[in-house]
Design a protein around this ligand. Structure first.
Ligand SMILES: Nc1nc2c(ncn2[C@@H]2O[C@H](COP(=O)(O)OP(=O)(O)OP(=O)(O)O)[C@@H](O)[C@H]2O)c(=O)[nH]1
Ligand SMILES: [Mg+2]
Length: 351
């Protein structure tokens, strides 16, 4: 899964990313987009690793793009910001990092910053629609095989423009999956799920903000002090626990961040276990066993026979696979079984 970290200059994107990925921070204020892989912490996977003791433990990962800071102060920086926003159209999720700490005498204005960012994202989409309309209006008059498709898209684009200008969410303008498929390749930013991270001051790390009227109430929003979290992320496991306890932090930034991404994207994890490796697989909630098999390997999907499934809770309670089997709690599931969070699956297949 690919996410893009967006925010105004110096909001703490690189620090947060270092904190959630456990790597060293790159504070050079890079002018390039940088790609960082963050591992998804999952205590259940670690428990399985301890039980099966395979060669490898493979957590799920989140691919994070660290963008240079955006600025909307003048036309020149606005144009640069627009170009950067154009580069994240392939991301599946936008992580908006908002400065909620005072920096070098500049007061934090988190809600203003969030609102500005949301407006700029909307304007970037409006620009995309305008460009597209201009192009399609020229194309539709030339007879070609593509003409019916172009006409259909033009109709949708005009509807999208109207929607943006009325400041309504883009998705309200899309009537069906067919329309969605037509415009999907364009990667509209306002159609992407978002997560908001308020980067708070050291003396008030859990500060909450009322985002009503700026973002939808379903958007996962978290508060973390990236700088403290970064320091914690660099410690060994034992010191980490002590330090967090001292600070009264119940959950690390990495864990909060991942939870929000999973919730925004509607993801769950299932596991595979064996002598080689224990591995976590992120899938959309509602995925059926046949498609989950395809995540592991296309051959397994093709030759799918059944999914031998244990729920993590049963395995943890009973201690090992033998006990689970004795208790009759290994389920034989078919292709259409809807995979549940925490399922441990052994796919039987024949190719
Ligand atoms: N007080 C405080 N300072 C922070 C926090 N997070 C980051 N900083 C500081 O803010 C400055 C900018 O942090 P970065 O992580 O580089 O911010 P950025 O958003 O990546 O910056 P650009 O890429 O230049 O836009 C650094 O000096 C950080 O040490 C925080 O939670 N609290
Ligand atoms: Mg940075």
């Amino acid at each position: 899964m690919k996410t893009a970290f967006l925010g105004i200059n110096g909001s703490g994107k690189s620090t947060l990313l270092a904190a959630v990925s456990g790597r060293k921070v790159n504070l050079t204020g890079a002018s390039q987009i940088e790609e960082v892989i963050a591992k998804v912490p999952d205590e259940r996977l670690d428990w399985l690793y301890n039980l099966y003791k395979p060669k490898k433990n493979v957590p799920a990962t989140i691919d994070c793009l660290d963008l240079p800071g955006l600025s909307f102060a003048d036309d020149h920086s606005r144009a640069a910001a627009r170009r950067l926003l154009g580069n994240v159209r392939t991301a599946e999720l936008l992580v908006l990092v908002i400065r909620a700490f005072d920096n070098a005498g500049i007061k934090a204005e988190p809600l203003k910053e969030l609102s500005e960012l949301m407006t700029e994202i909307l304007l970037a989409d409006l620009e995309l629609v305008e460009t597209r309309i201009e192009k399609l209006e020229k194309q539709v008059n030339k007879p070609s095989k593509e003409q019916p498709k172009q006409k259909a898209e033009l109709e949708i684009q005009l509807k999208l423009r109207q929607t943006i200008e009325a400041e309504k969410p883009l998705k309200t303008a899309i009537a069906n999956d067919l329309e969605l498929e037509l415009i999907k390749p364009l990667g509209f930013l306002t159609l992407k799920p978002i997560v908001v991270v308020f980067n708070t001051a050291e003396n008030n790390p859990a500060q909450n903000f009322d985002t009503a009227g700026i973002i939808d109430s379903t958007v996962p929003t978290i508060s973390v002090c990236a700088e403290i979290e970064y320091e914690i992320s660099q410690l060994d496991e034992e010191s980490k626990k002590d330090f967090m306890k001292d600070l009264g932090l119940a959950e690390s930034a990495a864990s909060k961040f991942v939870r929000s991404c999973y919730s925004a994207l509607g993801l769950i994890n299932f596991f595979t276990v064996g002598d080689d490796e224990t591995r976590a697989w992120p899938i959309k909630a509602g995925t059926i066993a046949h498609d989950a098999a395809g995540k592991v390997h296309s051959d397994i999907k093709r030759g799918f026979i059944r999914a031998e499934t244990i729920s993590f809770a049963d395995l943890k309670q009973l201690g090992d696979e033998k006990a689970v089997k004795a208790a009759g709690k290994i389920r034989l599931e078919g292709k259409s079984y809807v995979v549940q969070d925490g399922d441990i699956i052994c796919f039987r297949f024949n190719v």
